[in-house]
Design a protein around this ligand. Structure first.
Ligand code: URP
Ligand code: ZN
Length: 468
């Protein structure tokens, strides 16, 4: 099957030009101006932008919530991600209670995602039950297509938390095998103290979620994570950075040449903490995620850091947690609200509307932070994250003239709300190809549940020079 995408403005992280893309089978066969090869299907992209499929390197599909014993929405809800222009996710593979790291990865590929995933997916391993055997399992990562492992410095008291001693052991072992350590950096002990103080005083509404998670608790953990990773010389990736204090730590470390990068997420760029002051519990609880939302000045600092290349990627940190059901656990006590919000389907248009249309990001930078860098960091570039001959034909055709408003009904995400409901939307993903197949047409999913496949990562392509 040959498909010719004609006359669109092709945008990659490096360049932009009006041209054509010839897709044959799964891959891009040719790119250029005025291609006139025979094709079974021609897609007219005149007046549209043509981007590489988005890569979202931070999602939690079918994953244990940090409060309670329930899972987030599963891979059958990834249709929303692909309608939003994300063709590949790098999802977390938390260790299941009765399984090791590798079994949990296999179970995720062969059971949780099988016949359901609409997007291609790579995986970060994630330690949740600390036992000696996990260190032997990390040695197997290069042979299993896993290039990173996630640890949580926060959530003390839940199985997600990893103490500093274990963190250090994981850093050492990861350095030996060439893996990158992803870290959720918040000082969990101080957070637990601040949260318990709120509870003691009867300060129980979602407003106290951000009061009890001040920026210094993030910045301190970022500094500590950087320091420890520096001792072992392990590549470090800091998840969901939110504030000026934390970015300053990243900047200092990068200045010394340390192998450290950071991402932020759509909501930290576009939404400030006042939404947690809403007296309607349901409206406020939707925005309970960690770290907490910050001030307008922090949003501006994050945009600037992306533009400057200090932050490398925008992720969704997608967590499908219903308000009507799961978030109710914290109706009378904010500490019991499961953390996380959905957003995999909204990342591209939100960053476009609030970043590109406002002049904060160039179109090249947009592609870089939503697709190219996440693919590089996770060892799946150039198969994913770019438009190039030989790359997978994951292509987004984007209509920049669309003006509208975000509504859950336009792109259902498997939970009962869209975090950006009612927000302005400029530009829209119109057509998406996944490995050469048209899977989104007129902004609607026309693909197949189960079309997504596991993409093994190559450690030594993961964006960092290998020093082992
Ligand atoms: O609030 C969040 N981000 N929930 C998901 C788990 C995590 O902390 O990444
Ligand atoms: Zn997360």
């Amino acid at each position: 099957m040959r498909t010719l995408i004609k006359g669109g403005t092709i945008v990659t992280a490096e360049q932009e030009y009006v041209g054509d893309i010839l897709v044959e089978g799964d891959v891009i066969r040719a790119m250029g101006t005025h291609l006139d090869e025979a094709a079974d299907r021609v897609i007219d992209a005149k007046g549209k932008y043509v981007f590489p499929g988005g890569v979202d390197q931070h999602t939690h599909f079918s994953a244990l919530c940090n409060v309670g014993n329930r899972d987030t929405a599963g891979y059958e809800t990834t249709d929303s991600a692909i309608v939003g222009g994300t063709t590949t996710i790098v999802d977390f593979a938390p260790q299941d209670p009765d399984r090791g790291l590798l079994d949990s990865i296999d179970y995720r590929i062969n059971v949780r995602a099988k016949d359901k995933s609409c997007v291609d997916f790579a995986l970060h391993s994630m330690v949740t039950y600390i036992m000696d055997s996990i260190f032997d399992e990390i040695e197997e990562f290069p042979r299993r297509g896993i290039s990173s492992i996630k640890i949580f410095m926060a959530y003390n008291g839940s199985p997600l938390h990893v103490d500093d001693g274990t963190f250090f052991r994981i850093l050492e072992k990861s350095r030996q095998v060439g893996a990158t350590v992803f870290v959720h950096a918040e000082n969990g002990e101080i957070l637990n103290f601040l949260r318990s103080e709120c509870v003691k005083k009867g300060q129980l509404t979602p407003h106290y979620h951000y009061v009890s998670r001040p920026p210094f608790t993030e910045a301190e953990a970022v500094r500590r994570a950087i320091y420890l990773a520096g001792q072992t010389d392990t590549p470090l990736y800091i998840a969901h950075m939110t504030c000026r204090e934390a970015i300053a730590e990243l900047q200092k470390a990068k200045g010394t040449g340390q192998r450290v990068s950071g991402e932020t997420c759509t909501h930290y760029l576009t939404t400030t903490k006042e939404v947690l002051d809403n007296p309607d519990f349901n409206e406020a609880a939707k925005f309970v995620c960690s770290p907490a939302l910050r001030d307008r000045e922090d949003c501006e600092a994050l945009w600037q850091a992306l533009s400057d290349g200090l932050l490398t990627a925008v992720s969704s940190d997608h967590c499908g947690i219903d308000v009507a059901e799961l978030k109710q656990a914290g109706r009378n006590d904010f500490t019991q609200i499961p953390n996380g919000s959905p957003g995999a389907g909204d990342r591209l248009h939100m960053v476009w509307t609030e970043g590109v249309c406002t002049g904060k990001l160039t179109r090249q930078k947009f592609v870089d932070v939503i697709a190219t860098q996440p693919a590089k960091i996770n060892g799946i570039y150039p198969r994913k994250g770019t438009l190039a001959v030989g790359s997978d034909a994951d292509v987004v055709i984007f209509d920049p003239n669309y003006e509208g408003t975000v509504h859950l009904a336009d792109n259902p995400n498997g939970v009962d709300y869209n975090l950006y409901e009612g927000r302005r939307q400029s530009g829209r993903v119109e057509t998406v190809l996944l490995r050469g197949q048209v899977v989104v047409e007129n902004a609607k999913f026309v693909g197949r549940y189960g079309q997504g496949k596991f993409i093994p990562a190559n450690m030594y392509a993961s964006g960092y020079e290998n020093r082992n």
